[in-house]
Design a binder for this molecule. Structure first.
Ligand SMILES: NC(=O)c1ccc[n+]([C@@H]2O[C@H](COP(=O)([O-])OP(=O)(O)OC[C@H]3O[C@@H](n4cnc5c(N)ncnc54)[C@H](OP(=O)(O)O)[C@@H]3O)[C@@H](O)[C@H]2O)c1
Length: 252
């Protein structure tokens, strides 16, 4: 039996990943502040285990509490495999350094970097005393490897998640576990995050017009196309642990 834990399954890429996994008969644990009822219904129609946990990933205590409960309930089912998609993300604050507010800086790092580290640590820890294989998929961004003016916090958090992924993968090899951990850059997708980006100000974000043009010229990837390519990779059994995958390479 396989279970998938997906953060940010309420919308965008996370929702598309959840739908595709349900199609593959994989049970779903969804974690976000709001619940997507369509995913719940789809899972139940397919007779799959489904549970939503409401959690604000920018609050460390909530992350610890909710994920202890999730890990406890999943590992006691002794599944063959757990797929952990650290997908939830926030792009804000979009602002130049010197003009940033403190609270959104901290929330961004909490959601994009600290929560995935805490959750991966907990799941690899729990896996040690079981026969369950854990596959971690950290959703990253092209912004991890390319500085974008106005996105300093987001770029830094995503660069951090790539390095965390690469380091943890080396350790798992050394420890001779079956666990894998990869990062995945999904390209520019037509989701709420892009709406947020398009509604930022030109003074805060120099590339604003370019991103408005991406939408106008229909250049954004559909989340379900990206989710399909990612899930195909993850279910292939051939992931190269430690690799930062790019959607471009998967869609070729
Ligand atoms: N869209 C793009 O062009 C693009 C490009 C590169 C990388 N990415 C990455 O792809 C991933 C998915 O992004 P998306 O485009 O699908 O974004 P989205 O449509 O804005 O969805 C973001 C998801 O994250 C959850 N989330 C945000 N803040 C949260 C918090 N504090 N606590 C719990 N959940 C939270 C949201 O759930 P609730 O609101 O229900 O809590 C939502 O389900 C992110 O990691 C993003 O950085 C996106």
């Amino acid at each position: 039996m396989k279970y998938a834990v997906i953060t940010g399954a309420s919308k965008g890429l996370g929702a598309a990943i959840a739908k595709r996994l349900i199609h593959e008969q994989i049970s779903i644990v969804s974690v976000s502040r709001t619940e997507n009822k369509e995913i719940k219904e789809l899972a139940l129609e397919n007779d799959l285990y489904y549970k939503h946990y409401s959690c604000n990933l920018s609050l460390e205590n909530e992350v610890q509490e909710v994920f202890m409960e999730i890990a406890h309930s999943l590992f006691q089912k002794e599944p063959h495999e757990i797929l952990l998609f650290n997908n939830a993300g926030v792009v804000e604050p979009i602002e130049t350094v010197g003009n940033l507010d403190q609270t959104p800086i901290i929330s961004n790092i909490q959601v994009n970097l600290i929560a995935p580290i805490l959750i991966s640590n907990l799941f690899f820890n729990k896996a040690q005393s079981t026969n369950t294989k854990v596959q971690v998929i950290n959703v990253s961004s092209g912004a991890a490897v390319r500085p974008i003016e106005g996105w300093s916090v987001y770029c830094s958090a995503k660069a951090g998640i790539n390095m965390f992924t690469q380091t943890a993968a080396l350790e798992q090899v050394e420890l001779k576990t079956n666990n894998t951990i990869i990062a995945f850059s999904p390209g520019i997708m037509d989701t709420n995050m892009q709406e947020t980006i398009r509604s930022s100000s030109k003074t805060a974000f120099r590339d604003l017009e370019k991103f408005i043009e991406y939408k106008e010229k229909n250049m954004l990837l559909a989340a379900d196309v990206v989710a399909d390519a990612l899930v195909d990779l993850v279910l292939s059994g051939n992931v190269e642990s430690g690799k930062v995958y790019n959607i471009k390479d998967l869609l070729e």
